[in-house]
Write a protein that binds this ligand. Sequence first.
Ligand code: ADP
Ligand code: MG
Length: 700
Amino acid sequence: MSINLESSVAYLKGVGPKRAELLQSELGVQTCFDLIQHLPFRYEDRSIFYKISDISAESSALQFKGKILKKTLVGAKKGSRLVAVFNDGDKELELVWFKGAKWILNQIPLKVDVIIYGRPTVFAGKWNIAHPEVERADAFEKRRGGGLHPVYSSTEKLSARGLNSPGLARLIRSAWAEIYSDIDETLPDNLLAELKMPTRRKAFEQVHFPRTPSEADKALKRLKFEELLYLQLVLLKQKKATTVDLPGVRFEKVGEKFNEFFEKHLPFELTGAQKIVIKEIRVDVNTGRHMNRLLQGDVGSGKTIVALMTSLLAIDNGFQACIMAPTEILARQHAEGISDLLREMDVRVEIITGSTKKSDRKPILEGLADGSVDLIIGTHALIEPTVVFKNLGFVVIDEQHRFGVAQRSKLWAKARLAPHVLVMTATPIPRTLAMTAYGDLDISVLDELPPGRKEIITAHRTDAGRLSVFAFVEKQISQGRQVYFVYPLIEESATIDHKDLMDGYESISRRFPLPKFRIGIVHGRMKPADKEIEMKRFVSGESQILVATTVIEVGVNVPNATLMVIESAERFGLSQMHQLRGRVGRGGDQSYCVLMTKDEFGKEARRRLETMCRTNDGFEIAEVDMEIRGPGDIMGTQQSGLPDLRMADIQKDKDLMITARYIAKRVLDVDAELERDEHSSLRNNLDRMLKDRPNWSQIS
Ligand code: ADP
Ligand code: MG
C-alpha cells in the first residue's frame, strides 16, 4: 500500500502496532506527517573521527570507526544487559546497553565496519560507552552521514524499543522518502521571497537532514514562522469577531466633564504614556465597534486616572461607567480616591460591594436603573442579577488576573450593546505571551512612571543579617516612615506558614515594643472586620509596622510606607515579589525592599532574587519569570489554555512571533476574508491548521 502524510506510522518499516502506540502516547505522533513535525532540538557535528587513544578525561560525545568483534547478553535475568567489544584497529573499548538489550542485540552487525558515537566514561578502570549509537559504515557513507546529525527528543519507553534519537532519525528518514513529494506549500510565493525563506518541502528536508548549521537554522525558522503565522491569523480573525464585527456604543464627543476634569481637577500633568493610552482609547470607543482592550502598566504607573478619564468620556456621552476591582479593599480605595478627585464635579459616584447593607444598596440600585448613578465602583457584587443599569457603556476591570473571561461577559449582558471593556493589569506579561493568550484584546501599555518616582532599592539578606535589617527598620520608623513585613502563605503548608507568621510577629514585637512602636497584623484567618480595622490603623499611620501574609499584595496604597521586608523570599515567585514591592515607593520618599532568606536555596530562587535586586521594571521581570516558569504557569490556572504549538515556542521564538503578527495583520488588513488569489494557500490551509490544532479556536 502506498504511504502518505496521513498514513499511520504503524505502516512504516520497523514500526508496527506496538511502537506506533508508543509513538502516539509518548510523543503524540500518529501519522507520518506528525512524525515529520517532530523536529530536532539540536545537531551534532559528525564530521570528525577519533581514535580510542584520543579519549581524555573530559571528553564529550565522540565518534569512532572500527569493528564490533563480540556481543553478549549478560546479567542476572539473562538479557538484562548487552556488552559488546569494539576495536578501532588499534585499541579496544567496551560498549554497554542496559535498556532494550535484546532488541539491540539483533541490530548490531559483527565484524563489519561500523561508526559508533557516544560519550566515553570510565568503568572499572576501563573506557566504556553506554548506549552508543551504532551504524554500519557503508550505510553511514551512503546517506552522507558525516555531517550534521539531528538530535530528537525521545523518552525512556521509546528508547527501550529502539526509538532513541538515532532510532527516530532512521524512522524519519524512511518516512521522508515515502512522503516528501506530498508536502505542499502553505505560504504565498511572494511572502517566501520577501522573507527569504525556503519552500516548505525544502524546509522539512533541511531541518531533518541539513548540510550546514545555517541551513538547519533557516529551515527551522521557516517552519516555526508558518505555525505562528497561522496562529496569528486565527487570533486576529477571532479578535475581529469580538471587536470589529461586534457593534459598540459610540462616544462621539469629548465633553464637558472630561474637559472640566482635565482643566481644573487633574492634580498632576499626565505622563506621556498616559496621554497616548487615553488617546488610543478615545479613538477606539468612537468607531462604532466594540472595544476590548488590555491595559498593562506596572504598579504605580497610574492606571486609575486612565480608568477615570475614560469613564468621564462615557458619562459625557450619556452612558454609565463601572469600575470593578477584585477585592473589597481595592474597591473602597478606588471609590475614595475617585470621589475625592471628583468632589467638585457634578458626577454621581457610588460603591457596591458584598458588604454593602441592604438599606444602602437600595437607592444605589435604583440610581443605576434610572441612570442617575454615573459611575459605579465595586467588586464581584456588581455581577449579581439585581444590578441593572439604565445605559452601561463602559466597563473597567482592574487587576485582570483574578477575573475570568466568563465574568467579563456577564457584565456585557447588562447592556443592550456590549459596553466597551478596559481590562487593567499590574502584572505585566511579556508582549508575545499577551499576543497569544489575550489574542482577542488590543493592548495598551503604560511604560512610564510618573515623574519624581525614585527606584526602589532592593537588597538580599540572610538571617545572619537580621539584626542590621531590624536596625534599618528602626531608622525608617524614626524618620516617620512605615514598614511592611510579609510572610509567605502557601495552601499546602498553611499551618506551618501560619506558625512562621506568628513567630515572626512575636520576634518583631519583642524588638519593637510598645508603647514606642505599634504593630498591626493581618492574615487570612482573621475575621474580615478585624482585618479591616488593622488595615485602617496602618493606613492612618497609627501603626508603624504591618505584619502580613500576601493579602496585601494587590493595590493597597500607603504612600508613607517606605520599607518592604519579604520574609522567606526564596519561596516567592517573581511576579508576586514584584507586586509586593510595589506597595512601597508610592510617595516621594526613597523606598526600600529587603528580601530575607535562609542561607541556602535553589538555583531558580537565586535567579529570582538577583532579578529583583537588579531591576524595578515589571516587563523585564515578566520576561525572566516566563523564562523560569514557562508561559503556561505564568498564565495560571484561571486562564484558558495557551495555544498548542508543535514547532514554535511562545517563549523562545519571540521575534518570529512579532513578525508573524505583523504579517498576519498586514494580510488581513487588505483582505479580511482571504479572498484574493495570492492568499488562496493561506485560506485553504487555515481550516486544515485548525483541524490539526483544535484548541486554537478556544483561546481567549
Ligand atoms: P496603578 O497603575 O498601580 O493603579 P495608580 O493609578 O494607583 O497606579 O497611581 C499611583 C499613584 O500615582 C497615585 O497616587 C496617583 O495619584 C499617582 N499618579 C498617577 N498618574 C500620575 C502622574 N501623571 N503624575 C503624578 N502622579 C501620578
Ligand atoms: Mg491600581
